[in-house]
Ligand binder design. Structure first.
Ligand SMILES: NC(=O)c1ccc[n+]([C@@H]2O[C@H](COP(=O)([O-])OP(=O)(O)OC[C@H]3O[C@@H](n4cnc5c(N)ncnc54)[C@H](O)[C@@H]3O)[C@@H](O)[C@H]2O)c1
Length: 251
C-alpha cells in the first residue's frame, strides 16, 4: 500500500468525533490528507481534534448537525475556504435507536430520516458543484446491512433510512460519474462503537457466533475499506454498496 495516497487531498467527514468516522480521519491524515472532522457532539469532537493534532495532522474540527441544511452547507463552505478544495465527502453520521414498530415515535421517525437521509442529501448537493468543477471527487456513504436485509432490533425507520442511502448512492454514481466523481457506500454490521452499546455481552457473543469469521467488526475494518473507496485507485468502483460483515450477509 502506498503511504502517500492522499497527499494534496481534502476530506470532509460527518459524525467523525468517534467511531468509524474518527478512525477514518486518523487514517486519512496519516496518508497525507487534510481532514475536516464534523460532529454534533462538541466535547468528543474536541478530543478527536486533540488526537489529530498529536498526529501532526492538518485538520479542522467543525460542529455540524447534519440534520440542519444550513449547518451542513456552512461546514462545507468553511472546508473549501480553509483548504481550497474538497475531494472526499464521507457521510458517516447516523442515528440508531432500538424500538419496536409500535413504540417508534413521530419524533424518532423524523430524527432518523433527518440525520440518516436528509443530511446525506444536503451534503451531496452542496459538494456537487465543487467536485464537478474539480472534475474529481469521492463520495462515500455509510449505509448498513439493515438497508439491504432489514433488521429486528432497531427501529424500522433506521433500516428504511439506510435503504434510501443505498438507492441515492446509485443515483449519484450515475449522475456524477461523467464528472470524475464516484459515489459508493459501505454496509457494515456489528461494529463495536458507541452506537452499539445497547448490545450486552450475551448479544455480542450471539452475534459473533453467527458471523463466519467468528468475530465482531472493528472501526479499523471499516476505515480500511473506506480508505480504498476514497482513493484514486478505486476510480472504477461506482454505485456499489459494499458488504462488510465477516460474511454474515452476502448478496
Ligand atoms: N456500528 C455498527 O455496527 C454499524 C452498523 C451499520 C451501520 N453503521 C453506521 O455507521 C455510521 C457510524 O456509526 P458508528 O458505529 O461509528 O457509531 P458512533 O456512535 O461511534 O458514531 C456516530 C457519530 O455520529 C454522530 N452524530 C449523531 N447524530 C449526528 C448529527 N445529527 N449530526 C452530526 N453527527 C451526528 C455522533 O455524535 C457520533 O459521533 C452510522 O451511520 C451508523 O448508522 C454502524
Amino acid at each position: 500500500m502506498r503511504e502517500d495516497r492522499f497527499t494534496g487531498k481534502v476530506a470532509f467527514i460527518t459524525g467523525a468525533a468517534q467511531g468509524m468516522g474518527y478512525q477514518l480521519a486518523l487514517d486519512l491524515a496519516k496518508e497525507g490528507a487534510r481532514v475536516v472532522i464534523s460532529d454534533v457532539e462538541e466535547s468528543a469532537l474536541k478530543e478527536a481534534g486533540e488526537a489529530l493534532k498529536k498526529q501532526g495532522a492538518q485538520y479542522l474540527a467543525l460542529k455540524c448537525d447534519v440534520s440542519s441544511r444550513r449547518q451542513v452547507e456552512e461546514a462545507i463552505t468553511k472546508t473549501v475556504e480553509t483548504f481550497g478544495r474538497l475531494d472526499i465527502l464521507v457521510n458517516n453520521a447516523g442515528l440508531l435507536k432500538s424500538f419496536s414498530i409500535e413504540d417508534t415515535t413521530d419524533e424518532l421517525i423524523d430524527a432518523t430520516l433527518d440525520i440518516n437521509i436528509k443530511g446525506v442529501l444536503y451534503a451531496i448537493r452542496k459538494v456537487t458543484p465543487i467536485m464537478k468543477k474539480q472534475q474529481y471527487g469521492r463520495i462515500i456513504n455509510v449505509a448498513s446491512i439493515t438497508g439491504k436485509n432489514g433488521d429486528n432490533s432497531t427501529t424500522f425507520a433506521y433500516g428504511a433510512s439506510k435503504g434510501a442511502v443505498i438507492s441515492l448512492t446509485r443515483s449519484v454514481a450515475r449522475q456524477l460519474g461523467p464528472f470524475g466523481v464516484t459515489c459508493n457506500a459501505i454496509a457494515p454490521h456489528a461494529v463495536m462503537t458507541k452506537m452499539m452499546e445497547y448490545w450486552d455481552d450475551a448479544k455480542k457473543a450471539e452475534a459473533a457466533a453467527k458471523i463466519p469469521v467468528k468475530r465482531l467488526g472493528t472501526i479499523q475494518d471499516m476505515s480500511q475499506l473506506m480508505m480504498y473507496l476514497a482513493s484514486e485507485d478505486a476510480g472504477f468502483v461506482n454505485g456499489e454498496t459494499v458488504n462488510i460483515n465477516g460474511g454474515y450477509y452476502m448478496d
